[in-house]
Write a protein that binds this ligand. Structure first.
Ligand code: AP5
Length: 215
């Protein structure tokens, strides 16, 4: 199955995509993770993306479409995939559809996680990440066992620069302006599946599996 995860920053796209990967082995392609890795390594892409990401703005379509397609090509089509954070604009969605069509594939469902704005701000301002293994924590709702230290590898946890409150508001505004129209795009194709993203990650995961079993 080929899935797109939609939803504003902090909706839980990454959390749920990892669960699907753990249970079914469906690879997750997160353009946010790919871009952050490019920033860390100081590549040309990273240098272009860094100031935009820090400001909570989108990276230009031509840059993101190229990297997403490169990663998609490396995936075994039999296993399907989960796109997390891509597409984020209508031109990105159109480029994705065209590329999939040319290889005889398609998107099977677009899962949209709905979460109220105040909850999103709380989730993002409390999120802490492990820069080494990518583990995600929340200071109050999913804390690491030792304060500020990754349970799995012992590295110091970090707050993403774009998770600071003023950046979060900008990201939410960008989502409403540039990404929310994708719901309509997928609705028109009969692919949109809306999920209430408030509740425990396990409950939300159960809802997603339930919806997918009927897709
Ligand atoms: P990206 O990394 O994609 O960020 P995002 O979409 O803003 O998504 P997040 O990772 O912030 O949230 P999420 O929905 O994955 O939530 P998570 O599961 O982590 O993009 C970053 C930047 O890169 C963009 O701003 C842009 O600049 C650039 N970019 C990326 N893709 C692009 C594209 N296609 N085009 C252009 N630019 C692009 O959960 C968040 C927190 O909540 C965690 O602490 C988690 O533990 C907690 N949590 C999760 N679920 C629950 C729950 N059910 N209950 C309580 N807490 C929960």
């Amino acid at each position: 199955m080929n899935l797109v995860f939609l939803g504003p920053p902090g909706a839980g796209k990454g959390t749920q995509a990892k669960k699907l990967f753990q249970e079914f082995g469906m690879p997750q392609i997160s353009t946010g993770d790919i871009l952050r890795d490019a920033v860390r390594r100081g590549t040309e892409l990273g240098k272009k993306a860094a100031p935009l990401m820090e400001a909570g703005k989108l990276v230009p379509d031509d840059l993101v479409v190229g990297i997403a397609m490169d990663h998609l090509q490396q995936i075994d089509p039999v296993r399907g995939f989960i796109l997390d954070g891509f597409p984020r604009t209508i031109p990105q969605a159109q480029a994705l559809d065209a590329a999939l069509k040319s290889s005889g594939q398609k998107i099977d469902a677009a899962i949209s996680l709905r979460v109220p704005e105040e909850t999103l701000v709380d989730r993002l301002s409390g999120r802490r990440i492990c820069p080494k293994d990518g583990s995600v924590y929340h200071v109050s709702q999913n804390p690491s066992k030792r304060d500020g230290v990754c349970d799995k590898c012992g590295s110091p946890l970090l707050q993403r620069e774009d998770d600071k409150p003023e950046k979060v508001r900008e990201r939410l505004a960008v989502y409403a302006r540039q990404t929310a129209p994708l719901e309509d795009y997928y609705q028109k194709q009969g692919l949109l599946r809306v999920i209430d993203g408030v509740g425990s990650p396990e409950d939300i995961y159960a809802q997603i599996k339930n919806v997918l079993s009927r897709s």
